[in-house]
Every structure is written in C-alpha cells, then in structure tokens.
Design a protein around this ligand. Structure first.
Ligand code: ZN
Length: 326
C-alpha cells in the first residue's frame, strides 16, 4: 500500500464482526494481550491491522449438558473481561456512546462480546438477561446444531424454525438492545427472525451460496432480506464457505464481497473474518495483519474509498449504533 493509501487506511474505521480468538487463547493457556504465534490474531496484531472494533465470539461446542455449555461460555466471558480490565488498550462496548471509543487512530480496540449459539441459555430467559448484564451485546441464535431457540444449518431437513422460547429470546434481545445474528441458523429460522423482528439483524460471518453452495452460505433472497431490513452480511474467510474445493485465496474472498455488493448494495456488506475459528485462512490472508492487503486489492479493482469505508466498518457501525442501548 502506498504511504498515502496507508494513511487513509489508518484513518478509516475497521470493524470485524466475528473472531474466535478468545476460546483459543483461554484453552491454550495463552494471553490475548500478548503477541502469539499459534493463533491468527491477538491484541497487538489486531491493532497493527488497524482493527478498531472487534466482535469477540464466545463459543462452546455442542454438549447435551447445557450447564457445561454455560460454564464454558462464562469462562470465556470471564477471560475476555479480565483482559479488558487489565489492558487499557481494550475497551468494552456496551452502549451507543461506547462506540465512539472505537475511533480510528486511537490505538485502542473496542470489543463487543458476542455469544455464538443460544445453547447456553438452556430454556431460561434470565440467563440472557445475565449475559447482557455481563456486557454481552450480540447473540448468534444457533451454531450449526439444534438448541432450544431454533435449528442450526445441520438440521435443515427438519424445516424447524424458531421455537416459542426462541421468539421470546428475540423479543427480549430487541428490548435490551442486543444484536441479532443469523449466521449458522437454518433457513426456516432465518425467515422466522425476519418475521418477528422490527429492526435490522445481521449475518456476522456468512458468504454467498450462489458462489459456493455450502449450507452455511446465504441465498440471494436471504441476502436481499438482510439488506431490506438495514442489516449487514459479514464475509467469512472459511475455505469451505468460499470455494467448493475448500481451499481458498484472497481473490475468493473478493469474489464473495463483490457478489454480496451486487445483490445487497454497498450499504450491507462487511467483514466477519472468523479468524481463529477457521483451520486454514485463505492464501494471502494468513493472519489478521493481512487485512490491509485485502482492502488494497479491492481498491485496485476500482472500488472507491467511500465504498470501501462502508465495507471495512461503516456498515456494521451503522447497525450497532441503531441497535445498542443508550
Ligand atoms: Zn461460526
């Protein structure tokens, strides 16, 4: 990137709507605030990459014992909150006003805590309220399995949508000011969310099924629905979600971004990298510090700075400003 290009990049808000590094750090006995070599990201590299606002996903693999799932989610929340407490470069975003701290050029990382999969709620709405009190502001309704809220994409043959409890959770999230995330949700649940919500919702880390027909990817109708509602689709760097062969490079990511842009329009595309939740990052995007290269390549393909500012973070910021509480 030229010196001038880098200056523009540094002055532009960068938001990533999905990263799984917290569980990798805690499970591996590593420190998120230090530079690590075993992960795709850490605080120093996120700052180096110019990321200003990061959704940190708290994820526990499916377990029939929901108390164990809840314990694991809480252990990741505690780990993340501990990092935020002891490192002044981290700032927990809980309100609209907190988003101001995630400004470019601050050498600070705004963190939105997200829970990936409503499994940990069991069938208890108070757990959602407790997570909100702890600072969680995003819930991915399901992972790929079934939970008490809805079916994930592994269950799509059942045609199961939101349960009565799932609808209660969605209503409560809207009332509290939590971001509703439909990535991983089976199609029936997706359309139920569209029906029962009033405001925007997001797919934090999902790609286009027309480019790669993976069940995790979104159809054109789903992409248009998210756009019509003012939401955003975050492009995911997961190989099998980018190409049918499962191996991917930076150009495959660009292909999905450009396809989403054509279907949804420039106000509804963002990044949801899934760093540290994916096994092998695309060639050319090996770790989070590769993000400037992605933006530079998009620029070289003729995308204006104004449009790229939206893709890089402006679009997700708009949704967060709309949804988060005062
Ligand atoms: Zn995921």
């Amino acid at each position: 990137m030229t010196k001038e290009g880098m200056k523009w990049y540094r002055e532009t808000l960068m938001v990533d709507a999905h990263n799984d590094v917290i569980s990798r750090m805690r499970d591996g006995g590593l420190d998120f605030c230090q530079r690590e070599s075993a992960t795709h990201s850490d605080l120093p590299r996120l700052l180096e990459a110019g990321v200003n606002l990061q959704v940190l996903a708290l994820f526990a693999p499916p377990n029939s014992n929901k108390s164990i799932t809840l314990q694991r989610i809480l252990s990741y929340a505690e780990y993340a909150l501990d990092c935020i407490d002891r490192d002044s470069r981290l700032h927990l975003v809980r309100t609209k006003a907190d988003l101001a701290a995630a400004a470019p050029g601050e050498d600070k990382l705004g963190v939105i805590l997200g829970v990936e999969g409503g499994d940990c709620l069991g069938e208890e709405l108070w757990i959602l309220r407790l997570l909100f009190r702890l600072g969680v502001r995003l819930l991915t309704i399901t992972w790929s399995n079934r939970n008490a809220l809805a079916d994930g994409i592994w269950e799509k043959d059942t045609k199961g949508g939101l349960t009565v409890f799932g609808k209660e959770v969605i209503k409560k999230m809207e009332a509290l000011g939590m971001i509703i995330d439909v990535s991983h949700l089976a199609p029936a649940g997706f359309w139920d969310v569209a029906q029962v919500t009033a405001g925007p919702f997001i797919a934090s880390h999902s790609n286009a099924a027309a480019i790669c027909p993976h069940p995790r990817n979104l159809t054109d109708e789903q992409i248009r629905c998210i756009a019509d509602r003012g939401g955003v689709v975050g492009v995911n760097f997961c190989g099998p979600h980018l190409t049918e062969a499962g191996r991917a490079a930076i150009d495959d990511v660009i292909q999905h971004i450009e396809y989403l842009w054509k279907v949804a329009g420039e106000d509804h595309v963002g990044l949801g990298t899934d760093y540290d939740g994916i096994d092998v990052p695309p060639r050319g995007l090996e770790d989070v510090t590769s993000l400037p290269r992605l933006i530079e390549n998009l620029k070289q393909r003729g995308h204006s700075e104004k449009r790229l500012e939206k893709f890089m973070g402006g679009n997700f910021l708009r949704v967060f400003k709309t949804v988060l509480p005062d």
